[in-house]
Design a protein around this ligand. Sequence first.
Ligand code: UDP
Length: 421
Amino acid sequence: SALNGKKIQLLISDTGGGHRASAISIRDQISALDPSVSCDIVDVYTTYCKVFPFNSYPDLYKLMVTLFDGVLWKLFYEGGDTDPGLWFNQLLTETFCYSEFKKCLLRPGLNLDPSLKDGTEKYSVPEDGGRPADMYVSVHPLTQSLPLKILQETKVNSPFITVCTDLGSASQSWFDYRCDKIIVPTEVLREKAVRTCRKFMMRDSLMMTSTPKEYDTEKVEVIGLPIRSGFEPSKDKAEYKTDLNLDPSKPNVLIVGGGDGMGGIVETANACISSLNGLASVTVICGSNAEAKKNLEGLHGSNGDVLVTGYTPSMPSYMNSADLMVTKAGPGSIAEASVCGLPIIMYSFLPGQEEGNISLVEEEGWGKYVKDPAEIGRLAKVWLEDGEGIEKRKERARKGGRQEAARDIAKVLLEELELCS
Ligand code: UDP
């Protein structure tokens, strides 16, 4: 292949499960399209940074989204998304993580060396810049600004592309006008990306740190949210149910709280089980929330209509066995449900970040946000009993589904790599 031996660094931070999942789906599709290109996924903050809080983002994120019902997260997220908030965060990251980020971006090979943690590894850049990696792809809102600055200062001219993995709303920090391309999943985010890039380009030209130009809106492309393969149904729903030992003659309600089983999953599951009372089977996926799993198993273990499980790699099978999903409004889960044609009731969301996901699904007419567990249980029953209504919702869900997004993104990345070679 013309791209033989090319290297791509995919930059993430493991806050939530979605960024790594999307990065993996892109890497897998690149390997399928051109096995001679190698990709490396790296959580820059935990692998390289030594200073708190930068080296503890994933744990802090988990803590903040659960503490005080998400209020702390809301303040942090909304404050950080203002122009002064962005500026301040960039200043701190630059002050405390500049040399660590530089080490990551400029390492000559792609494979992570365990000795990196103690900073003993050597890296070098040719005098004229050159290309330690042939392309950089950011799959996180906090791996844009500083990497772009470092690459510019070290004269590394490899293309830098952002793949945004939020859906209906996203922080401004995702969108940096210096990126060669920004790939977004929805029209709402395309508009936000263009607006944000224009604004900061204008600011920088007024501050004389860049020459005044019109932002090239063609740089922003709507493709879809990259998800793993296998969500597109390949057999009848009844078969998926039988495979999971569920009664194929009954509807099945799936309850999920993202990768971490968050946001009152126990109360929500209990309310649904009691409202549906044998009318439907109920499957609860607790993700990494071991306490919720233990609790629900203790309460419903002997009930033949209830299936409780912890983290599962078989999400496509679970989603395709379901007729309705009760879920946290996470972008990954919503994009996957859409491909499965699975209507949803959203019972929780991350303030700021996931609010737009709710409006998106409600506007498309295949899901609804309900907070109160008893009301969720009641609505699940009403929807399942209205056979025609649920079929319409399934159809509307399927309409926006884009199983092929990861493959299409991989194609764009390889095209860009070829153009810049
Ligand atoms: N997921 C999974 N197994 C589980 C629970 C969740 O594979 O047991 C996946 C789910 O399919 C989705 C991701 O975890 O891809 C959750 O992403 P989302 O954006 O919905 O929420 P997050 O956990 O990132 O807040």
